[in-house]
Design a protein around this ligand. Structure first.
Ligand SMILES: Nc1ncnc2c1ncn2[C@@H]1O[C@H](COP(=O)(O)OP(=O)(O)OP(=O)(O)O)[C@@H](O)[C@H]1O
Ligand SMILES: [Mg+2]
Length: 513
């Protein structure tokens, strides 16, 4: 904002008055000077005219009087000359000596004229002397001074009256309106909306003069500003409304997104389990066949009463252990299909989680002749984790290894679980050819897959990585390893604040060969 500049408040009217006074004084001064100069010239010319009259009016008489030696006539003529006015002194000199004179010699401000007095007789010229008339310019100058004083005084009074009149007129016509405009503008802050009325001047606006135009412009500006403010207010309201609905929308979308992510993760988990479905069915089917075989043996034996007691006991044990095997698989499945979103990390043994996952996969691998090896440390390796999610990572890694190794001869997959420094380390290594270098940076990206459409979603590794990070751990491809090896690192129990919770019952059946 331009700062309000404080100035001495000298009214426009007074400045105008001063201007008029000054201008008029200067003008009057020069005009008067010029007219005085003209008057002076005229006065001088008039005196010169009088002087020149002497030659025609008085010189012949004086010449004759001198010739006749008539002194009275000479004096009479000289008196006549000084009575012409402005010529206070006249004399006749002969060879530098004044013979006759009349009047008194004026001051320095004088002008004189000389006429030779020549008497002509019978073609002879007689030089009788010189007639000198001395004119005084003092009268002219005095008159001029008086005239100047009068002109100055009268024009000063005239200017003063005119100025006062102008002052009143200017105040009536301009200044008071300007003051009203200024107070109106001060009252109406144009940076804020205002409801104040239109600016109307106390004058007839029929002339449509400059002031009317200013008033019109201000009113128009005021109206436009008010309009602009009302537009802005409406726009701001609309913006606020949009903002709040946008916030709502964003919240809704975020919630929806979270829900979709959860659904996706669940779907991916169930899909990885689904991949196992065939082999799980087979896995359950086998022991069921065994059970049904033993049961029919038992019935036959009971019918024929030919079954000795130790054999019956053996059959009973086998049936029991086979049922236990089915129970383990189903429990593992149940655990892995559970929704884990609301679960919290709990310190527990990782070994049984890995074993559960392996149990689910075992049949799938062995049915395709894949040698699945397992090196799991004997002591329980504790880590804060969600078992379902860790199981899901193991299954994802095993599924990927399976997809790769079935393409090659003598396939094998090795799962290793050990403690290293402050970490629990799980590695899944396979006999595949490894992952081409150009694919490695994209491996963990969502939806990256090299599998045919409908076979892979490309979410397995990215979800596994997210799970690892949720556990404050990490998942990576061990690029130094000659085969394909994925590593899952979890912080071990020492790094967790929570107390270990009871470990879920470890799977008793875990020989995977
Ligand atoms: N053990 C492995 N050997 C070779 N390539 C692998 C291995 N594991 C993963 N990959 C490569 O990484 C890609 C991404 O794996 P990811 O598990 O994320 O998705 P996917 O297996 O293709 O699909 P989904 O897991 O949803 O079935 C795979 O398509 C594959 O090209
Ligand atoms: Mg996969």
């Amino acid at each position: 904002m331009v700062p309000f500049i404080r100035q001495r408040n000298i009214s426009l009217s007074y400045r105008l008055l001063a201007g008029v006074l000054l201008g008029s004084s200067v003008l009057t001064f020069f005009i008067t000077l010029f007219s005085l100069w003209l008057d002076y010239q005229q006065g001088v010319r008039r005196i010169e005219g009088k002087l020149s009259q002497i030659e025609t009016l008085y010189l012949p008489g004086i010449t004759q009087s001198l010739w006749d030696l008539n002194d009275d006539h000479v004096d009479l003529n000289l008196n006549g000359i000084i009575n012409l006015g402005d010529i206070p002194y006249a004399y006749i000199e002969t060879q530098g000596v004044i013979q006759y004179s009349s009047g008194t010699m004026p001051g320095e401000n004088q002008k004189s004229i000389r006429f030779p007095v020549i008497y002509k007789r019978d073609k002879t010229r007689y030089d009788l002397g010189t007639l000198v008339a001395v004119a005084s310019l003092d009268g002219v100058v005095d008159r001029l001074i008086n005239q100047a004083l009068f002109v100055f005084a009268s024009s000063f009074v005239k200017t003063l009256i005119l100025s006062a009149f102008m002052l009143i007129l200017f105040h009536q016509v301009v200044t008071r309106h300007l003051l009203k405009i200024s107070s109106y503008l001060k009252k109406n802050h144009f940076l804020r909306p205002s409801k104040s009325s239109r600016l109307v001047l106390d004058k007839k606006s029929a002339y449509g003069d400059e002031l009317d135009q200013v008033v019109q412009a201000i009113n128009q500006m005021h109206q436009e500003i008010n309009q602009h403010f009302s537009y802005r207010e409406k726009a701001e309201q609309e913006l606020r409304r949009l903002n709040s609905s946008l916030e709502e929308e964003v919240k809704r979308r975020i919630k929806e997104n979270e829900r979709q992510q959860i659904n996706m993760q669940n779907a991916a988990r169930l899909s990885s389990l689904g991949e196992m479905a065939g082999s799980i069915a087979h896995e359950i089917n086998n022991p069921l066949t065994i059970i049904s075989g033993y049961v029919s043996m038992l019935r036959r034996g009971l019918k024929t009463k030919s079954l000795p007691e130790p054999q019956m006991e053996y059959i009973g044990e086998r049936v029991e252990s086979t049922i236990e095997r089915i129970t383990t698989i189903i429990q593992g499945l149940l655990r892995l299909s559970r929704d884990t979103q609301k679960e919290k990390l709990k310190v527990q043994a990782v070994n049984p989680i890995v074993k559960d996952a392996l149990a689910i996969c075992r049949e799938k691998f062995s049915s395709r002749g894949i040698d699945i090896r397992m090196t799991i440390a004997d002591e329980a390796l504790l880590a804060p984790c969600k078992p379902v999610e860790i199981g899901q990572v193991v299954i994802n890694l095993l599924n990927n290894a399976y997809d790769e190794v079935i393409k090659h001869t003598s396939p094998w997959v090795e799962v290793c679980l050990k403690a290293h420094e402050d970490k629990v380390i799980l590695t899944v290594t396979d006999s595949g050819l490894g992952i081409p270098e150009h694919l490695r940076p994209k491996l963990l990206e969502p939806f990256f897959t090299t599998k045919p459409l409908g076979k892979g979603t490309g979410l397995g590794l990215s979800i596994s990585r997210a799970i690892a990070e949720d556990h404050q751990g990490r998942l990576y491809l061990d690029e130094q390893w000659p085969n394909t090896r994925f590593v899952l690192e979890l912080p071990s129990k020492e790094h967790a604040d929570a107390n270990p919770t009871p470990t879920p019952e470890p799977a008793r059946w875990h020989q995977i060969h």
